[in-house]
Each structure stands twice: as C-alpha cells, then as structure tokens.
Design a protein around this ligand. Structure first.
Ligand code: FES
Ligand code: FE2
Length: 332
C-alpha cells in the first residue's frame, strides 16, 4: 500500500491564504514537506525550503527579479528550483546539484494550493458561487489541530454529534435522533441534505430560538468540505473547510464562510466569534479521538445508519489511499 504522503501528494491542497503571501517569501508545510512560497511576476512559485548550499531556510531569504535569494550566501533560485546565481564564484559554472525541488501552485478562492506530484489526480473543488461576485467571504484564523485531515472532514459531516458536541452554540439537545437521510456518492465526493432544528441560545433579551435549518453537505475528495446553512427565515451562509494534511496525524484547516453581501455590517464579526466557539467544541473532542490516523477500515469502530455520511466519505478516502475507484465495492 502507498504511504500516506504518496497517496495524497497527487492532489491540490491549500498551504496559505492568498492574503498571507505578500512581497516576502512565506514558509509552508504540506505532507511532511517544508516548502517556501514566493510571488513572481506571473503567479506563485513554490519549492523545498532548504537551500541546497548549506541548508539555510529559504523563507528567510528575499525575493529578487531573478528568483528567491538565500539569506546565508546569496544563492538565488528560479521558479523551476534551479540555482541561477552563486555570488561567491561569479565566473564559474553553477554546480550541478545546486537546485531545490519545485512544485506547482495555483491561486483560487483566496487560497494558494500546491500539488506535490507532477500531475494532479483531480482538479480543484468547483465553487462557482465564490467567483461570480454574488457572495462575500470571511476567513477564520488558521486551525492547526493535532487531528488527521480525514477525521476533520468526518466531523464536519457528522450529523449525530450536533446535538451533543454543539450544545450551547447551535446544538439542540432535544433532537437526539437522526432521521434517515440519503447520501449521494459521486466520483469526486459525497453529499447529503438534512433538516436540523438548530437551537440559538438566549441572547440579551431574546429567548432561545429553534430554527429548522437545512444543512447541505458537499465534499470534494480528498479534504474539502462545503456546508450550507439555510435557516427558514434568514439568508443562507456557507462554510468551507479545507483540511490540509501536514502529516498523517496533523492538519491545518483553512476555514472561511460565504454570505450575502447585504449582511456585511454584521455577519463577519458574528460569524467569526460564533464559529470559533463551535470549532473549539469540535477540537476538544477530535484531538482526543484515537487512533489519530484516519482508519483505513471500519473494523475498530461501530457505525450506525446515522453515521452514513462520514462512512461514505471514509469509503472514498480508503479507495483513494488504496488506489481503487471511489465508486468501487465497500472495503472489508
Ligand atoms: S546556505 Fe543558502 S546560500 Fe549558502
Ligand atoms: Fe462539529
């Protein structure tokens, strides 16, 4: 079986919000690989972070018209990772080993995505509503959790935990049963729709309020989840959680919401505050789950029909990991 790193290298993963990368190089990490990003005239370059000369950290260097210049002795690397300048030996040929591995990067949805393999096995998620100007977006601070990327997406898809883990934010302890729901399996992901009687806690002089909220789940393999919340009497807002695998047991989640621009005066602040409280509830549970690695089978846990959505998601991830079609038969 392929290693975790090899299995997920041929996919696009976000490594930074676009707004984080300015004129200076930026350190990033993905699938046990230290990376450095920098802006070029035409896009974003990304290479290994260790200088091939004497191992300095290239994110401490400087972006020049010729490429990224190491701060230790000035060796400069182009976007293809080749060293183009060795200032201490200006007349001599560039040594053959003077290069760092270069990777592909692209920018979309306010994120910088990197693929560590020469060819991507799947395109980026398709979220056209983020590109037609109809919605505004607000990011959350990065979520650096000791949780595997697959388990993070499973908790986003977990219907049965809402009434337990999220009590006090929007969970409704009166609604413990999970009614049957359908899961749509696609070659690129899974989806489902449920109606949940969300309970907004009492606030100021407002009593607690129950709203039958429609939750629409839509995952793009491997680790990009979109979840739309449509309250009966209010605008929809949608959260996007993209878990970027730092290693098999650790992820950095890029999390943001889209919302109707009319809400711009209130929504961003309200969303960030309440979502951070909700996510803290998830983090406390999730960091305690064992094994930390996302299981490659269903043997060590007991599942019920209420868990169908995370189960179908896991089936897809197991298939990707084993190099099988995601629509294939269920693993043993
Ligand atoms: S270590 Fe980078 S130039 Fe010497
Ligand atoms: Fe949750």
């Amino acid at each position: 079986m392929r290693s975790y790193v090899d299995a997920f290298s041929p996919y696009w993963h976000p490594v930074a919000f676009s707004h984080e990368l300015t004129g200076a190089p930026l350190a990033a990490h993905l699938l046990e690989t230290d990376l450095v990003l920098w802006r070029t005239g035409t896009g974003v370059a990304v290479t290994h972070r260790r200088c091939s000369h004497r191992g300095a950290d290239l994110s401490l260097g400087r972006v020049t018209p010729d490429g990224l210049r190491c701060g230790f002795h000035g060796w400069t690397y182009g976007v293809d990772g080749r060293c183009v300048r060795v200032p201490s030996q200006p007349g001599a040929p560039i040594p053959a080993g003077a290069r760092v591995s270069a990777f592909r990067a692209t920018e979309r949805y306010g994120l910088i995505w990197v693929c560590l393999a020469p060819e991507a096995a799947a395109p980026l998620p398709e979220w056209p509503e983020l590109e037609d100007g109809s919605m505004a977006t607000v990011p959350l601070p990065l979520l650096d959790w000791n949780v595997s990327a697959g388990r993070m997406i499973e908790v986003v898809l977990d219907v049965a935990h809402l009434s337990w883990v999220h009590e006090g934010t929007f969970g409704n302890p009166e609604q413990q049963e999970v009614p049957p729901y359908e899961v749509e399996r696609r070659p690129t992901g899974v989806g489902a729709r449920i109606v949940y009687p969300a309970l907004a806690p009492a606030m100021d002089d407002m009593p607690p309020r129950v709203d039958r909220t429609t939750l629409t789940y839509d995952v793009t393999f491997p680790f990009a989840a979109k979840l739309a919340f449509k309250p009966t009497l209010f605008y929809v807002h949608t959260v996007y959680a993209i878990a970027s695998p730092l290693s098999e047991e650790k992820m950095r989640c890029f999390y943001f919401a889209s919302y109707h621009p009319r809400l711009r005066n209130h929504f961003p602040d309200m969303f960030v505050k309440s979502e951070l409280a909700i996510l803290e509830q998830d983090r406390r549970v999730l960091e305690g789950v064992r094994p930390r690695a996302h299981p490659l089978d269903f043997a060590g846990e007991v599942h019920t029909p209420a868990d169908r959505l995370p189960i179908e998601y896991r089936r897809g991830i197991i298939a990707l990991r084993l190099g099988r079609p995601v629509d294939g038969p269920a693993p043993e």
